[in-house]
Design a protein around this ligand. Structure first.
Ligand SMILES: [Zn+2]
Length: 118
């Protein structure tokens, strides 16, 4: 699948073992992102998107990181009506779902949508 690996995400403290999370795909996607390997990042995110629960978890930890760092979501993260936002529309909708109703709403959104929608 890959000709090299990205282990940068192993040291991240907020990745918890959960039976419904594909730890290998999550670690590879985060590691590729942290290592700025765009080739692996694209492939890893496509593979990760096949798991709704892992995708929801990635959005959850990304949202928690933003909330923990900034104390709230910047408008670009939650303005679902913006036509030229630097944040993908799918992520904005997911962030709003998480902000309003927490993990269950985000999980529902990912389970109901196609992989590309979450
Ligand atoms: Zn790579």
């Amino acid at each position: 699948m890959y000709d090299h690996s990205h282990d940068s995400a192993r040291a991240l403290p907020h990745i918890r073992a959960r039976a419904d999370i594909d730890q290998v795909r999550l670690a590879h996607a985060l590691g590729a992102t942290l290592d700025q390997c765009l080739t692996c990042e694209e492939t890893a995110l496509a593979l990760l998107a096949e798991s709704a629960s892992t995708t929801a978890y990635l959005i959850e930890i990304a949202s928690a990181a933003v909330l923990g760092t900034l104390g709230g979501f910047p408008i670009d993260f939650v303005d679902t009506g913006a036509e030229h936002s630097p944040v993908p529309s799918v992520f904005r909708h997911a962030a709003v779902a998480f902000a309003r109703n927490g993990r269950p709403a985000l999980a529902r959104m990912c389970e109901q949508g196609s992989p590309a929608r979450c």
